[in-house]
Design a binder for this molecule. Structure first.
Ligand SMILES: Nc1ncnc2c1ncn2[C@@H]1O[C@H](COP(=O)(O)OP(=O)(O)OP(=O)(O)O)[C@@H](O)[C@H]1O
Ligand SMILES: [Mg+2]
Length: 400
């Protein structure tokens, strides 16, 4: 995507010389931001090309390329107004939580995040390494790419960060981080979009096809057992400080190439249940498994293998590091996976796979299968307590 909100003539001016001209971009003084950033990084020339490459809802992502060299950097800018709508206003402190997560010793040591080159979180600015040779894991899975490093790298990341920061084994370093990861206002958004709206459509923002409306009413809105379980998951999300979680660990938060996986976008980082992160990832992998089910069985096996490898390694790592609680965490992960599947199937922010199916016109069976699995993961989560059972049950549940 090139320069959203900026017209071509401005683009050429920017190309000529960004620092000397007082160009005001429509999206809130990007000129000033770049002025403040360039002296902090090692670009020799002040001639740069700027493009806005973000595809998310909340923030602006600018790629700044130095003219004449291959060098480029990424500037992520958080504003009060969200990228998709001036009506959605959000606290800029999300930038502080993102930067704090990237600054964690465990994250830096793990080498699974882009290098941070400069940050001014008060102004909502984070400057980082450009992962120019990577693509989003979500896009890779949609287009059936077979990167072999996915499961090993993700397993290692989960071990080095999520399990390593678990409070079941308290230590002084974690204690010092206690306050740092409390009070992320984006948790309110999680609460609303994951645990509340999909189950009652209170803001009339759910996206349910007409053919599924009565099914959704009966099996989701009026399902008391499901709603009671989701309520207890919400409470656990708000109160259980089991580890520092990424908070938005869907497949779009991983970038991948032939050799390596990187994790981006930890702006939702907070203390929370370990199963919340793993569940989010599993849910989005299951969405891709079902997405390809009718067209490419072989690729589905590839996805199932990723789920199996990540889950079995995680189960093994947990049983070593947190032996008393590992079973409960596996069960929680299944339940949180269910909440993520449901909200990505009928909530305000649909998974890209669901939108693609909508465009193709064969979305009803796909969505229903997703919802059936989502409901089962939540209401029968104890049946998913081991890796073997998890895979068996997911394979058995879909109806076509
Ligand atoms: N360091 C980077 N290198 C290359 N591309 C990046 C980098 N960071 C972000 N991107 C691109 O920008 C996209 C959006 O980034 P990010 O998820 O951080 O934004 P966001 O506004 O927080 O998104 P969301 O609304 O989904 O939370 C990514 O999917 C990726 O394509
Ligand atoms: Mg984000």
């Amino acid at each position: 995507m090139q320069l959203q909100n900026v017209n071509t003539s401005r683009y050429l001016e920017i190309e000529n010389d960004i620092l000397k001209r007082g160009i005001k971009m429509s999206n809130n003084n990007i000129q000033d931001i770049i002025d403040s950033v360039l002296p902090q990084i090692s670009f020799k020339s002040n001639k740069v090309l700027i493009s806005e490459i973000g595809d998310g809802n909340l923030n602006y992502i600018y790629r700044i390329k130095e003219i004449g060299t291959q060098k480029s950097i990424i500037i992520k800018v958080a504003q009060y107004e969200s990228r998709i709508s001036k009506d959605i206003l959000l606290d800029i402190s999300r930038s502080y939580f993102e930067y704090s997560y990237y600054s964690l010793e465990t994250v830096k040591k793990s080498n699974f995040s882009p290098q941070i080159l400069y940050a001014n979180p008060q102004a909502g600015i984070i400057v980082m390494e450009d992962l120019v040779d990577y693509c989003s894991l979500r896009e890779a899975l949609i287009s059936m790419k077979k990167y072999q490093c996915i499961s090993d790298n993700i397993s290692m990341y989960l071990r080095c960060v999520l399990i390593e920061n678990a409070t079941f084994n308290p230590n002084d370093k974690l204690e010092k981080l206690r306050y740092k990861f409390r009070g992320n206002r984006l948790s309110e958004l999680t609460k609303q979009l994951i645990f509340i709206e999909p189950y009652n459509n209170i803001k009339k923002r759910n996206k349910v096809p007409a053919e599924l409306e009565s099914w959704v009413k009966e099996h989701i809105y009026h399902n008391d057992r499901l709603n009671a379980k989701v309520e207890s998951l919400r409470e656990a999300f708000e109160n259980e400080e089991q580890s520092i979680i990424h908070g938005d660990l869907h497949t779009g938060s991983f970038m991948v190439n032939n050799d390596q996986v990187k994790v981006i976008d930890p702006e939702f980082a907070c203390w929370g249940p370990i199963g919340f992160d793993l569940g989010c990832l599993l849910a989005n992998l299951i969405i891709d498994y079902l997405f390809h089910l009718t067209n490419n069985e072989e690729y589905c096996l590839f996805i199932i293998k990723i789920i199996y490898n990540i889950l079995s390694t995680f189960e093994n790592d947990l049983s070593v590091k947190i032996p008393k609680n590992y079973k409960t965490i596996m069960i929680d992960s299944a339940a949180y996976a269910g909440t993520e599947i449901i909200r990505r199937t009928i909530g305000i922010a649909l998974a890209k796979e669901v939108s693609i199916m909508d465009e193709k016109g064969n979305n009803i069976a796909f969505r229903k299968n997703l919802l059936i699995i989502g409901i089962d993961l939540i209401t029968n989560s104890e049946k998913y307590g081991s890796c073997e059972n998890f895979i068996k049950r997911i394979k058995k549940l879909h109806v076509n």
